[in-house]
Design a protein around this ligand. Structure first.
Ligand SMILES: CC(C)(COP(=O)(O)OP(=O)(O)OC[C@H]1O[C@@H](n2cnc3c(N)ncnc32)[C@H](O)[C@@H]1OP(=O)(O)O)[C@@H](O)C(=O)NCCC(=O)NCCS
Length: 173
């Protein structure tokens, strides 16, 4: 039976680093991934992921499909000096590898992200997304995210500007 599982990762074990790099390359090739347009060399992707675990304000959520790491989301907490923005946490770098899509993994990751944000006392989740990411937009709006802004020249891909949509979800007091 197929299984999905989500967890917060503090270190890469076994095949995790290879799997997260492969998933990243595949996601870039089919259209979007971390604002790269073409997959960079593997060592740069590895450096990106090793670095993500080192940034004090970032927590890495991963999704596994049948045990293999297949999706990620990063929780970006406000910097210590940002007292005025201390209520808000940002969702970043959220994707599921193409081969693992359509099995509820992203929904499970988003639910866990929100649960963790509430546990940490945050009152709002913010994110932004290209207008072309219809699946992600449907997922966010069904989960209660509200679009509050549009940036016209959000991304420049092969000479064409793509709009970006900005969303927040209010977690209550
Ligand atoms: C968007 C994405 C994360 C969805 O991952 P997934 O694991 O296939 O999603 P799920 O199977 O958990 O589906 C979650 C919900 O989104 C909906 N959904 C997913 N893809 C969809 C699509 N292409 N069109 C419409 N709805 C879609 C599902 O119907 C589901 O709805 P439900 O929870 O009401 O049943 C994945 O397609 C992806 O990585 N896309 C490219 C990267 C991206 O756009 N990231 C967001 C950048 S901010």
């Amino acid at each position: 039976m197929n299984s999905t599982h989500v967890e917060w990762l503090s270190d890469f074990e076994d095949d995790d680093l290879d799997d997260i790099c492969a998933a990243t390359e595949q996601a870039i090739k089919v259209g979007i991934g971390f604002d790269w347009i073409d997959p960079p060399p593997r060592d740069r992707i590895e450096a990106y992921w090793r670095g993500a675990l080192l940034v004090p304000e970032r927590d890495l959520l991963v999704g596994r499909y049948n045990g293999t790491l297949a999706g990620t989301a990063q929780m970006v907490r406000p910097a210590p000096n940002n007292e005025a923005g201390a209520h808000n946490v940002t969702l970043n770098s959220f994707f599921v590898a193409p081969w693992a899509r359509g099995h509820g993994l992203a929904r499970k990751m988003l639910d866990e992200f929100e649960k963790h944000a509430r546990e940490l006392g945050f009152r709002q989740i913010s994110l932004d997304v290209r207008e072309t990411q219809e699946g992600a937009i449907a997922l966010y709006e069904n989960a209660g995210f509200v679009r509050w802004g549009v940036k016209p020249n959000y991304a420049l891909v092969e000479g064409t500007f793509i709009r970006g949509f900005f969303y927040t979800k209010d977690l209550g007091a």
